[in-house]
Design a protein around this ligand. Structure first.
Ligand SMILES: [Zn+2]
Ligand SMILES: [Zn+2]
Length: 140
C-alpha cells in the first residue's frame, strides 16, 4: 500500500482508503474487471464504498494515466492497471477479457505510422471469440 500511496501522490491524487483499495485490486488482477465487479468485490471488506465512488475513482485514475479503460463492446468499460499498450482477447460467451501475451504485435503502432503518416497516439487491438471453457461447455 506504501507503493500505491506514493504512486497516487506522484500523480497528483489525494490518498484515500477507497482509492488505495481500488488500485490495489486492479494491480492484482488480470481479469479486467468492470466498475460493478470492482464494487462488488471491494464492498465486502469496505462497506463504506459506493458504486459512485468506484466510478469517480476510476475516472480520476484514467485521467492521471494510472489505469487504462477498455471498451470491449458490451456497453461496459473494463479497467486494467497495465497501461502499456497491449492486445486483448474477449470471450463473447462469458465476457472474460484476457491479455494476449505474445509478440507478433510488437511495434504495430510504428508500422501503422509508417504506412499512414499519422502520429499514432494509442492503439486498441481486441480479438473476439469463445474461450476454451465455453467451447468445452458447448460440446458437453
Ligand atoms: Zn468464455
Ligand atoms: Zn489487459
Amino acid at each position: 500500500m506504501q507503493e500505491i500511496s506514493k504512486l497516487l501522490r506522484e500523480n497528483g491524487l489525494k490518498v484515500t482508503p477507497q482509492r488505495l483499495a481500488i488500485y490495489n485490486m486492479l494491480m492484482n488482477t488480470d481479469k479486467h474487471p468492470s466498475a460493478e465487479t470492482i464494487y462488488k468485490e471491494l464492498v465486502v471488506d469496505n462497506p463504506s464504498i459506493s458504486l459512485a465512488t468506484v466510478y469517480k475513482t476510476l475516472d480520476s485514475f484514467k485521467s492521471s494515466g494510472l489505469v487504462s479503460e477498455l471498451n470491449v463492446g458490451d456497453n461496459c468499460a473494463r479497467y486494467d492497471a497495465v497501461t502499456k499498450s497491449h492486445s486483448h482477447i474477449v470471450c463473447t460467451c462469458c465476457g472474460r477479457v484476457e491479455d494476449i501475451k505474445f509478440d507478433i504485435f510488437n511495434n504495430i503502432s510504428e508500422k501503422a505510422a509508417e504506412k499512414t503518416d499519422y502520429k499514432i497516439l494509442y492503439e486498441q487491438l481486441i480479438f473476439y471469440g469463445l474461450c476454451p471453457e465455453c467451447i468445452k461447455k458447448q460440446n458437453d
